[in-house]
Design a protein around this ligand. Structure first.
Ligand SMILES: [Cu+2]
Length: 134
């Protein structure tokens, strides 16, 4: 989770993980959250994680170097956002095992992320790589 040159973003913006893997979100700079698009959270206008998946929300983190961990057990496509920068398009996508769920074939309401298939093919899509490809 990064703020650099007045841009806030998740890097990588797309990542493939195996079911059961634990992801560590690291606060590099700025103040951010990693929050699943899930209707239980106020800002999420739609659910964009697999039906049986556990929603996750780090809350806004302001300390540099602080981390947030979440284990992804359910296969599918997960879209998530940063609470303070959601409307500016600070969003990202994870594919766990294989694409699936409500986010699989569409983009989040706040911007674009790599397609599920791009993530499967590449394993990880950096923010820079993604922007250069658009
Ligand atoms: Cu942010």
């Amino acid at each position: 989770m990064v703020t650099k040159d007045q841009q806030s973003f998740f890097d990588p913006i797309g990542l493939f993980v195996d079911p059961g893997e634990t992801i560590t979100f690291v606060m590099k700079s700025g103040n951010h959250s990693a929050t699943a698009y899930h209707r239980r959270y106020d800002l999420a206008e739609e659910t964009r994680i697999p039906k049986k998946a556990d929603p996750f929300d780090s809350g806004v983190i302001i300390e540099q170097g602080k981390t947030f961990k979440h284990t992804f057990d359910t296969k599918g496509t997960y879209d998530y956002y940063c609470i303070p920068h959601k409307t500016m398009g600070m969003i990202a996508r994870l594919v766990v095992g294989k694409p699936g769920g409500p986010a699989k074939g569409s983009m989040p309401p706040d911007g674009t992320v790599p397609t599920s298939q791009q993530i499967v093919n590449k394993g990880a899509v950096s923010y820079k790589q993604f922007n250069e490809s658009r």
